[in-house]
Design a protein around this ligand. Structure first.
Ligand SMILES: Cc1cc2nc3c(=O)[nH]c(=O)nc-3n(C[C@H](O)[C@H](O)[C@H](O)COP(=O)(O)OP(=O)(O)OC[C@H]3O[C@@H](n4cnc5c(N)ncnc54)[C@H](O)[C@@H]3O)c2cc1C
Length: 281
């Protein structure tokens, strides 16, 4: 049994042709999708341009097949480490073609060295295109201010806890503090934002959010939950059946191995899944 076979629980495959059947199966179960080509920290201009070209092909493929999916893109894959201007110019045709097709593009948020530059990039693109959104991390102290600014321009925000190791100078370290801030920011987004996305697998966030929207009379079509492909698939389907919008983040690409290892490291159930498959096979 190959490792890719096992990794396919969490990644759609190695090529964009692998992605459409996965997205179609999710759509058939009432789930929306957002596709990400794995890759980050590109230092070479040609590689960033190649990645942008690949995203154009993915967009054409989504459009042609009619599946329901957005794109999620890491700015450092598009050359943010090379320069802000280069990254903007690389992303622009991708966002433009997505706009032509009515497809939404999310800029993922990376480590704190890129927070302000990613927001600047977002605001620059947003001046021309409304089909673009950004991510805010609940562990950063600055996030409340960022959300106020994003809400003012009706930007679409994905809220997540944050996945990088950040110092106590700029970020909450304790999970209960991160959760508390997540719920505070989620409330701001739900009350004053524009179709926010709440990205978490954590029932200690999901359940209070469900209660909050019920109490405040916010429709289930006014926001979405987001989860990663292969994580809590039964919960994803159940929430969609309950009438919540649930979008699944579907990664793919030849560089799937580090992503797969990260999923195994973060949760022992994921390792069990691999071991069970190995011994069954
Ligand atoms: C769609 C999506 C997009 C993201 N985009 C970004 C981004 O742009 N930038 C960024 O920094 N981070 C991003 N993240 C990652 C995010 O910041 C967190 O690191 C990650 O989601 C882990 O936090 P969590 O709240 O999901 O749950 P965790 O903190 O991992 O887990 C908390 C609790 O959730 C429950 N739980 C979690 N997984 C399972 C499971 N498989 N089965 C049952 N219960 C479970 C358990 O009760 C667990 O104790 C994204 C996450 C998602 C889902």
């Amino acid at each position: 049994m190959s490792l890719l076979f096992l990794a396919r629980r969490f990644v759609a495959g190695e090529t964009f042709e692998d992605v459409v059947p996965v997205v179609r199966r999710l759509n058939e179960r009432g789930l929306h999708a957002t596709v990400n080509m794995l890759g980050e920290h590109v230092k070479d201009r040609a590689a960033a341009v190649r990645a942008a070209r690949e995203y154009l092909t993915v967009l054409d493929h989504i459009q042609r097949t009619g599946v329901d999916s957005n794109l999620s893109i890491k700015p450092t894959q598009m050359g943010l480490e090379i320069s802000d201007e280069f990254c903007y110019q690389t992303l622009l045709p991708v966002v433009a073609r997505a706009a032509e097709y009515g497809i939404f593009v999310r800029l993922d948020m990376e480590g704190s060295a890129y927070t302000q530059r990613t927001l600047d990039l977002f605001f620059r693109l947003y001046e021309h295109y409304r089909n673009v959104g950004v991510v805010i991390q609940a562990y950063l102290y600055r996030s409340e201010r960022d959300i106020d600014e994003l809400n003012r321009v009706r930007a679409r925000v994905r809220l997540c806890k944050g996945a990088y190791k950040e110092p106590a100078r700029i970020a909450y370290q304790k999970m209960d503090e991160i959760r508390k801030n997540f719920l505070k920011l989620a409330e701001k987004l739900l009350l004053h934002g524009h179709y926010p996305a709440l990205a978490t697998h954590d029932d200690r966030l999901i359940e209070p959010i469900k209660r909050m929207v019920a109490e405040k009379g916010i429709g289930r079509d006014q926001f979405e939950f987001q989860m990663l492909y292969g994580l809590r698939p039964e919960a994803q389907e159940r929430m969609a059946q309950e009438g919540y919008h649930l979008r699944v983040y579907v990664p793919y690409g030849p560089h799937w191995l580090p992503y797969f290892y990260r999923r195994l490291r973060e949760r022992k159930e994921n390792v069990w899944f691999v071991l069970k498959a190995l011994f069954k096979g």
